[in-house]
Design a protein around this ligand. Structure first.
Ligand SMILES: Nc1nc2c(c(=O)[nH]1)N[C@H]1C(S)=C(S)[C@@H](COP(=O)(O)O)O[C@H]1N2
Ligand SMILES: [Mo]
Length: 335
């Protein structure tokens, strides 16, 4: 993992490109922020072993295609790579091999069809056990915050994985500003519900809208990110524009996309996958190589772009930062 806070990164490394990419969103953000710059349960399943990726026409950076912004040319990604002990997954895979069932269940469907999603203007409703409930314009909601770069592994429950450079704000920063009440114990997130923009919602592969949730202390963990960008550019629609969650120690389905609602609750939220296939997907969904999915092993994973499978790490390799959250919890029972 690599976390780079604005203070440890020369601002010239981040700022110019973010400001450039965000120029259309620039007005409305504070000067500070700107300067800082199947799963159908059962058979038809995104959770089946992924097929080998085939050669396909994936839009490459800079070529331009529906829903894609070009990736930064200014950014020295080679030097970012050299700071890691593993390679970044290529942009074409990060943005061309996706799970986003609102646009279809095929891995290439989101890149092909998500251009129908309109990501501005965009509002986020905040409600429940919180001192500042309101419907916020996304740019206003983000304006007081400083974006950070985070390079995280993403481990899908289907046993493939990537290494992705995100940009976003720590969820904890937003939560603190919204001031949950003393009753709040969980945070629930909801994706946009609009079959016109999200044609996959016309098929009942899930009980739409997609809902995910975290315990409040998980949401406040410094690793938990609300992402607005990938590879230094705005999130492409297929990656969950304009705002998606990233919880790197949990299976990818927890990292809900295109969020329109954040609700603070006393009770554990009823999350989409846990509701539709409770034997297969739990609320916690911490990456755990020792607890197999009922239909396949979780011991190993296929890193996109690699040939051999590699071992899956407990908590996806982030145990040092998060294992304490689960002291006393039976991780076999609460999968
Ligand atoms: N709204 C919504 N969010 C979602 C999904 C989805 O189908 N709908 N798929 C999840 C799954 S299973 C994974 S692995 C990740 C994939 O994120 P990526 O496509 O950006 O790699 O998004 C998660 N978030
Ligand atoms: Mo996933």
């Amino acid at each position: 993992m690599l976390i780079r806070r604005p203070d440890d990164v020369r601002s010239s490394e981040i700022t110019p490109y973010r400001v450039y990419m965000n120029r259309r969103h620039f007005i409305g953000r504070s000067a500070k922020a700107a300067a800082a710059a199947a799963l159908v349960p059962g058979l038809l399943s995104a959770c089946d072993e992924p097929q080998r990726m085939e050669a396909r026409p994936v839009p490459e950076p800079g070529v331009g295609s529906a829903g894609l912004t070009s990736i930064p040319q200014e950014r020295d990604w080679e030097s970012v790579r050299s700071e890691l002990d593993e390679s970044l997954t290529p942009y074409s895979d990060v943005t061309g091999y996706n799970n986003f069932y609102e646009f279809g269940t095929g891995k290439e469907d989101p890149a092909r069809y998500a251009h129908t999603l309109v990501t501005r203007p965009w509002t986020v409703e905040v409600d429940g056990e919180v001192a500042r409930p309101a419907v916020y314009d996304l740019d206003d909601l983000l304006a007081p915050h400083t974006e950070e770069d985070r390079i995280y592994r993403l481990r899908c429950v289907e046993a493939w994985s990537m290494v992705i450079p995100w940009t976003g704000i720590p969820l904890a920063d937003l939560i603190r500003r919204l001031e949950p009440t003393s009753k709040a114990r969980f945070v629930e997130f909801t994706t946009l519900m609009d079959p016109e923009q999200m044609p996959g919602q016309r098929r009942r592969v899930l009980d739409w809208p997609y809902v995910e949730g975290l315990r409040l202390d998980e949401a406040l963990n410094p690793l938990t990110l609300l992402a607005t960008g990938v590879y230094g550019a705005d999130l492409p629609n297929q990656n969950g524009a304009p705002l998606r969650l990233v919880v790197p120690w949990k299976y990818g389905f927890k990292s809900i996309k295109s969020i329109v609602k954040i609700r603070f609750t006393e009770e554990m939220p009823a999350t989409s996958w846990a509701v539709s296939a409770p034997r297969e997907y739990g609320f916690y969904a911490n990456v755990n190589p020792e607890v197999d999915h009922p239909r396949w092993s979780q011991a190993r994973e296929r890193r996109l772009g690699e040939f051999r499978r590699r071992p899956t790490l407990p908590f996806n390799g982030y145990g040092e930062q998060v294992a304490d959250l689960y002291a006393g919890l039976d991780l076999r029972r609460w999968f």
